[in-house]
Write a protein that binds this ligand. Sequence first.
Ligand SMILES: C[S@@+](CC[C@H](N)C(=O)[O-])C[C@H]1O[C@@H](n2cnc3c(N)ncnc32)[C@H](O)[C@@H]1O
Length: 254
Amino acid sequence: MYDGNPQTKGDKMAIGNKQQWQDAFEAYKALIHDPRYDSEYLRRTGLVPHMIELIGDMRRLQVLDAGCGTGWLFDAITPLGGCECDVVPPVRRNNSRIRSHCQDVCRLTYDDDSFDLVVSSLVLMWVDDLYGAFREAYRVTRPGGRLIVSLMHPYFHTNGHVLHNGSFLIDQSVGSREERNVMISGIVGPLTYYSRPLVDYYNAALQARWRLVGFRDHFIDMERYRIETVDRVKFTHRTDKIPLFTFFVCGKDT
Ligand SMILES: C[S@@+](CC[C@H](N)C(=O)[O-])C[C@H]1O[C@@H](n2cnc3c(N)ncnc32)[C@H](O)[C@@H]1O
């Protein structure tokens, strides 16, 4: 998970998203459970509860987890059936209802209208072809189905930083740019991150014929954050002045 602390490493050229994630994946897997960082806390108290609430009851749904990473979604909740895919080959599950595949979210091989719900959790910031990802999600979703997206909130990363007093200073222009050699928490990467204003995501979704039907942001509860992470996290650069995660729901017309 990108945690808002980009660091760059020299001028090494990006070598392609897929290879980068393959190389970084073991470190990423370790990071999200490492008590010395706050990723586990932020996911447990922010990402996961919002995603699960937005998804709702999936016991009767065919679900695609597109860019599944470690596969936390189907560890947490079990759909009627579904698939998970990632450019890093997902670990095969001992569950006949879930199939795991190595796939690019911009070039899915699933049939049209295969899923009731597609989930894209913290993936699209790492994807160059944003329209391609929305188009493919749309294609594989049945009419009447949904797409649920979570992102690190675009404002948090690339347009500014947290000051000592906890306020957030936006000091860079808001625009789209490719950032190479990004390190997550200083230890996962280098990765190529696509910094974009939120409106770029909305417009790409609309262009792919989705309707935008739900939105929410997650702000850190700083008091709880301090209590739960004090004495153990390596660096504190968080604020409740701007949202950490953003979520939106898209619907496909019947
Ligand atoms: C920050 S992780 C998020 C993983 C998981 N969805 C979660 O919520 O923890 C980003 C994931 O996106 C995957 N990814 C990046 N680009 C992708 C692409 N074009 N197609 C499929 N997966 C991709 C990476 O391999 C990585 O597992």
